[in-house]
Ligand binder design. Structure first.
Ligand SMILES: [Zn+2]
Ligand SMILES: [Zn+2]
Length: 839
């Protein structure tokens, strides 16, 4: 079957359902940019082709045929059949439905085992697999493809880019170019053997080896994993030694029993999902059973499987103490909980390592898993017909740790901080143990790659933050603030059983960053020095909800939203603040723990408030109106301070503004109008030639006297046709201001046009926009205009400057300083700055 040019395929796609273009706009070496055809039955000439050999583990006939077809395809390219019409498709069908795949897995076919393991990681139901084809495809344009893609396509649906689910990517790595020590070939006497469960001695030995490598730090990459030893201990710990010896786990309070901790102070922690079951059934610690647990202890037979397994894993490392939240914090004492919850920073940071029960939705499921040994061994194939012979088929860079990042545990809010704060995490995933510490890649390790990953990125780029940055490096602040923004973004997408915990469960990380930012102040998930820019975070999911009930966070903090957010902060664009932050105040529930629960928080601002109404067009589907993005169907009414409409932008300049509400209004009743104010926060300009944007908050009054406001969304206004920014010289000597302006602006702006006395602002306004944008300034005088601010003398000639660039504004601010005593003041349309409080 002939291959066609991309453009032809796009034209044919409607008619010919068997063609599909995959990721047409995102071609990189990870994507298959080819269009595959309905895979043909594999055609080859058996006499001409020697069979593919799998060095480790067998192959079922279907999988072998697929690889032989791939070899045949390579031959077609080699033999010079370059004419497009002669090339066979770069894809083939391997399995139809789950049945043959399961047969292959049972027969230990290496590829079937890997496919099934990845389908389990992705939690795809057998029924879905049954309705699908499993295909293998590769880059058609590359005569020597380096990646093989395995995908599910649903039978009975037209093939399209959405009916194509990538389940596994394997990188073809020539054996001669691959460091096989990463596979543990030379480190274990058994060669490449893996055992059929993660409780095996071999799994344990790997884990011990990883800890040893981290602690010994021979390569110097594990400095962050090994901070100077601290003497800190949690309030309560479980005695692993007693549990192993007597089948009864005793609770110990180091304060009451210091002797027990003289020889042995090391402890490990557990990260686990409580789940709905755990909330009701876990044998939690209470004020009532405290003395019993401290005295006689709790029979291990009453512990759920995950806790039993955690005791066993702790014992692997010969560690005597184990900390588990539900068994070490009194679950019926608000006081104890609040005290302990803010200690998570110390609990996790001072632990030797954290045992992470990744694959268990609740504590019944345990840590250890049965598995197919071949699932954690890369394929090794010999292609007899190919010159360069033998290849490793390695799991794709970003897929290596999918079993961690796509696990039930990875979705939980509290666990995020537990993983981030821990020096070392031993992940118990669906198929293997995975090691993660604070060293940079490739110092992750898994049973597939016991010697570390051969890739630079792992965990889909969402590794522990210490692997991405170094907290104590001097002058690393911009990078660290960027890391904080990433943390906020990741954390905001997590799920909480109790959303009130949102600030508390981030408190440990905040404490960690407080050390790195000694001159900054943390308040409700934000850093004071990043204000006002960081206030421009956006809600990134239409299903997000406001946190209601008990107070959690102020409206200006992203923590006030239950849903994923896009953080904001100083990026590359030039920004200029339009507000003065006069105060930032927070009242914590526990005065000594300002990073934890809050009673209230507020920001005092001297700012402009532009009355604004955002209302939907009810002729259109109202719920569509509140979709994120500057859609074409909304109106923005800009009013002056008396409530008169001064501008109405209606399906006009659809790119001129962009607003989004933090949460959508009720879907059934349609979105509410917002009658409130636009609070411009800053002026931004990504590049010198791009239009200036005014970015700020949509706020609603929260008090009758108009002094307190609450955030409801964000608004960006682009270009000077929406908002005209002026810098007015007022009061004082006109001549001296004029002279100073001319003198000071001259060296920096040759094109400055000084309009002579008598030119009124309307004339200036109608001037050529392009010219204005080039100069960045337009200066005029206004003899008559009443600017409405109330404190200006009507009729006094003033120097008035239109601003078209952030640079120009910055220069004017510099000028302001030179002139002393504020001869100039920025005006935002007809408004004067006001002092308000944002809550
Ligand atoms: Zn197979
Ligand atoms: Zn380490």
């Amino acid at each position: 079957m002939a291959l066609l040019e991309t453009t032809e395929i796009l034209q044919m796609n409607d008619k010919v359902h068997t063609f599909v273009l995959i990721n047409p706009n995102q071609v990189d070496d990870d994507d298959v940019d080819l269009f595959v055809v309905q895979p043909p039955a594999v055609e080859r000439d058996p006499a001409h082709h020697a069979p593919i050999e799998s060095v480790i583990g067998p192959l079922c006939s279907a999988c072998r045929a697929a690889f032989e077809y791939f070899s045949f395809w390579l031959d077609c390219h080699k033999s010079g059949a370059e004419e497009a019409a002669e090339k066979p498709p770069a894809a083939c069908l391997i399995h139809q439905g789950a049945k043959t795949l399961q047969v292959g897995e049972d027969a230990q076919c290496h590829l079937c085992v890997l496919l099934m393991a990845n389908l389990r990681v992705k939690r795809i139901a057998t029924r879905s697999i049954d309705q699908s084809n499993i295909e293998m495809c590769w880059q058609s344009r590359d005569p020597k493809p380096t990646r093989l893609h395995f995908a599910l396509t649903h039978r009975g649906h037209p093939r399209s880019s959405s009916n194509y689910w990538n389940i596994l990517k394997l990188k073809l790595q020539n054996s001669s170019e691959f460091d096989e020590t990463l596979l543990g070939i030379t480190t274990t006497s058994q060669g490449l053997e893996r055992h059929s469960n993660t409780r095996s001695e071999q799994s344990r030995d790997n884990a011990l080896e990883w800890l040893k490598r981290c602690q010994e730090n021979e390569d110097g990459n594990h400095i962050q994993c090994n901070p100077p030893s601290q003497d800190w201990l949690p309030t309560r710990l479980l005695d692993v030694a007693s549990a192993m010896a007597t089948s009864t786990v005793k609770l110990v309070q180091p304060r009451d029993d210091p002797d027990a901790f003289v020889a042995d102070r090391q402890y490990v922690t557990l990260s686990h999902c409580w789940g709905a079951w755990g909330g009701a059934e876990l044998p939690v610690l209470t004020t009532e059973n405290l003395s019993e647990r401290l005295g006689g202890g709790l029979p291990v037979s009453l512990l759920p499987q995950t806790f039993n397994d955690a005791l066993e894993a702790a014992h692997w490392f010969n560690v005597r103490w184990l900390w588990i939240d539900s068994l070490c914090i009194l679950q019926d004492s608000n006081e104890d909980w609040q005290k302990e919850a803010v200690m998570m920073y110390d609990v996790y940071k001072n632990a030797l390592l954290n045992i992470s029960a990744d694959d268990s939705p609740d504590a019944r499921w345990g840590c250890f898993r049965e598995r197919q040994p071949l699932a954690v061994i890369p394929m090794h194939l010999r292609f007899p017909d190919q010159d360069d012979g033998t290849f490793w088929l390695l799991p794709d860079t970003r897929a290596v740790f999918d079993s961690v990042t796509e696990s039930p545990l990875a979705k939980r809010g509290w666990v995020f901080q537990e993983r981030q704060l821990s020096r070392r995490v031993l992940h118990f995933t669906s198929s293997e143990l995975v090691w993660e510490c604070c060293a940079k890649a490739p110092y992750f390790a898994s049973e597939t790659f016991p010697g570390g990953t051969p890739f630079k990125t792992a965990f889909n780029g969402k590794s522990k933050f210490q692997s991405r940055t170094t907290l104590d490096r001097p002058n690393s602040s911009p990078e660290l603030y960027a890391t904080w923004r990433t943390i906020c973004e990741e954390y905001s997408a997590k799920v909480f059983s109790h959303v009130r915990d949102k600030l508390v469960a981030l408190s440990g990380l905040a404490q960690e960053f407080e050390i790195a930012f000694p001159d900054d102040t943390y308040v409700a998930g934000m850093w004071r020095s990043t204000l006002p820019g960081s206030l421009l975070w956006g809600s990134s999911d239409s299903s997000s909800r406001l946190l209601t009930g008990d107070y959690v966070a102020p409206s200006w903090s992203w923590v006030s939203i239950d849903g994923p957010i896009t953080p904001a902060g100083p990026g590359n664009s030039r920004t200029h603040s339009l507000v003065d932050i006069t105060s930032v105040a927070a009242v914590p529930v526990i005065p000594s723990k300002p990073t934890a629960l809050l009673q209230s928080a507020s920001i005092g601002l001297r700012c402009y408030l532009q009355p604004v109404e955002v209302r939907p067009d009810y002729e259109k589907k109202p719920w569509y109106m509140l979709a994120m993005g500057g859609g074409k169907l909304h109106k923005l009414l800009v009013k002056d301070k008396d409530g008169r409409e001064t501008a109405c932008i209606d399906n006009f300049h659809s790119d001129a503004f962009h607003y989004s509400f933090d949460v959508e209004a009720d879907e059934n009743s349609g979105p509410e109008s917002v009658s409130g104010y636009f609070l411009p926060l800053c002026l931004t300009q990504p590049t010198g030639s791009s239009p200036v944007a005014v970015s700020g908050l949509l706020v609603e009054p929260a008090s009758d006297d108009g002094s307190v406001y609450r955030r409801v969304g964000i608004l960006h206004v682009y270009g000077s046709h929406c908002y005209r920014l002026k810098y007015n010289a007022r009061k004082g000597s006109r001549e001296s201001v004029w002279a100073d302006l001319s003198r000071l602006l001259e060296p920096t702006d040759e094109h400055l046009t000084v309009l002579e006395e008598g030119t009124d602002s309307d004339t200036a306004r109608s001037g050529d926009l392009t010219e204005k944008q080039e100069s960045g300034f337009e200066i005029s005088e206004n003899k008559t205009r009443d600017n409405g601010g109330g404190d200006n003398q009507v009729g006094e000639p003033r120097v008035e400057i239109d601003l078209n660039s952030v640079d120009a504004l910055e220069r004017l601010y510099a000028l302001d300083a030179t002139l002393h005593e504020s001869e100039l003041a920025l005006e935002f349309e007809r408004l004067v700055p006001r002092q308000i409080t944002l809550i």
